[in-house]
Design a protein around this ligand. Structure first.
Ligand code: UD1
Ligand code: UDP
Length: 384
């Protein structure tokens, strides 16, 4: 029997981090021919991840432009992927999460009547414009996909509420598989600025912020909250903020935060450096999806710089709180965690609602089962 040809498609940093261990797992399966296509919706931030995980894609669409629009990303991906599929037709296309690459990847495969598998399926806020455009991207991919790999049981229930019950598997999130390969006790950073951080007598606040729905006034509020925290706790905290390469974010971060001695605005970090920095941090403030999954696994409290989250599991477990995007709310919630050991201890517990490090194994098992290459149904991730 011919090998099952599985093409993994991704374009941005988080997709790459979360797909890398799956590509590796597929490469280990003798029944599978694993192909990898990157759209390069992100260029430098994607290449960093490809390097860390030693991935060499067969196809690279190289679509990124400065200040790209959603229409540009989507149309360039569609046209590029059409050519790839005409030249090298896979049996299954795998896309991840909720970016424009994800949506365009699923749509381009559908146009060629190629089966689609959606990794990290079933996350919802039920608010069309938040996160924007991710909520609609992932909803539309759910309509297009044949296989749905849900990180959690709650994600499965979200799909069931939309009438999607076939080809649905609860696997855990592949981000935990990735995290298990990067965090090490004796880790050295590549820059002196990070190696010299005093994490024993100072509290390290790790910051990221990039979401499109936060552009404008919410981002102004977030940046001024960070400034206020840095000034109020000048001798007690170090803020480390790897600034996303988006020019919108770069401009806002540098305008508000340049010149503060305890604020380190650094370039985006390689994934292994980011994960090890998180391991040394006291508190994480972020609007990122991935950090909301990684930090709880490392026992680090998270304040989410958004009005809602599609990842309620860690909020329910008590390690993540929604801080919103108003300056005074962010400052008040961070101040409580800096000043009250009791409040901090309640949140700082390692919980792992998102995975156990075996998501990729379950996804690969499910693919082989679905295509009749194995009689063994995949195990369900039951949480822990
Ligand atoms: C994208 C995703 C978002 C995801 C985020 C992860 C969409 C619509 N958005 O948002 O869901 O959370 O990635 O980071 O799919 N840039 C560079 N170099 C890079 C990467 C970006 O210069 O390596 C700059 C470019 O000017 C680019 C801009 O950042 O135009 C924005 O990138 P884009 O992918 O459009 O949006 P993100 O905010 O990164
Ligand atoms: N990340 C990284 N370097 C950084 C910032 C983030 O490697 O400088 C990692 C982070 O640990 C997580 C992923 O990138 O695995 C999250 O990506 P991002 O915040 O860009 O996107 P989101 O998760 O919000 O889609």
């Amino acid at each position: 029997m011919d090998k099952l040809r599985v093409m993994t498609i991704f374009g941005t940093r988080p997709e790459a981090i979360k797909m890398a261990p799956l590509v590796r797992e597929l490469e280990r399966r003798p029944e599978v021919e694993s192909l990898c296509c990157v759209t390069a919706q992100h260029r430098q931030m994607l290449d960093g991840v490809l390097g860390i995980f030693r991935l060499t894609p067969q196809y690279d669409l190289d679509i990124m432009e400065p200040r790209q629009s959603l229409s540009t990303i989507t149309s360039k991906c569609l046209l590029g992927l059409e050519k790839v599929f005409q030249r090298d037709r896979p049996d299954l296309v795998l896309v991840h999460g909720d970016t424009s690459t994800t949506f365009a990847g699923a749509l381009a495969a559908f146009y060629q009547q190629i089966a689609v598998g959606h990794v990290e399926a079933g996350l919802r806020t039920w608010d069309k414009y938040s996160p924007f455009p991710e909520e609609m991207n992932r909803s539309m991919v759910s309509r297009l996909a044949d296989l749905h790999f849900c990180p959690t049981e709650a994600n499965r229930r979200n799909l069931a509420a939309e009438g999607i019950t076939k080809g649905v598997y609860v696997t855990g999130n592949t981000v935990i598989d990735a995290l298990n390969t990067t965090v090490r006790k004796e880790f050295s950073f590549t820059t002196d600025e990070l190696n010299r951080l005093d994490c024993s007598s100072k509290k390290l606040l790790l910051i990221t912020c990039h979401r499109r729905e936060n552009y404008g006034e919410p981002m102004e509020q977030i940046m001024s909250a960070l400034r206020q925290l840095a000034e109020t706790y000048r001798d007690q905290v170090e803020l480390v903020y790897p600034v996303h390469l988006s020019p919108v974010v770069q401009e806002a971060a540098h305008r508000h935060l340049d010149g503060l001695p305890n604020v380190h605005l650094v370039a985006p970090l390689p994934a292994d450096e980011m994960h090890n920095l998180m391991e040394r941090s006291y508190l994480v403030l972020t609007d990122s999806g991935g950090l909301q999954e990684e930090a709880p696994a490392l026992g680090k409290p998270v304040l989410v710089l958004r009005r809602e989250t599609e990842r309620p599991e860690a909020v329910e477990a008590g390690t993540v709180r929604i801080a919103g995007t108003r300056r005074e709310d962010i400052v008040a919630m961070a101040a409580e965690l800096l000043e009250s050991p009791a409040a901090y201890e309640t949140m700082a517990r390692a919980v792992n609602p998102y995975g156990d490090g075996r998501a990729c194994e379950r996804i690969a098992d499910a693919i082989l089962y679905h295509f009749g290459r194995s009689d063994r149904p995949p195990e369900t991730f039951a949480g822990r």
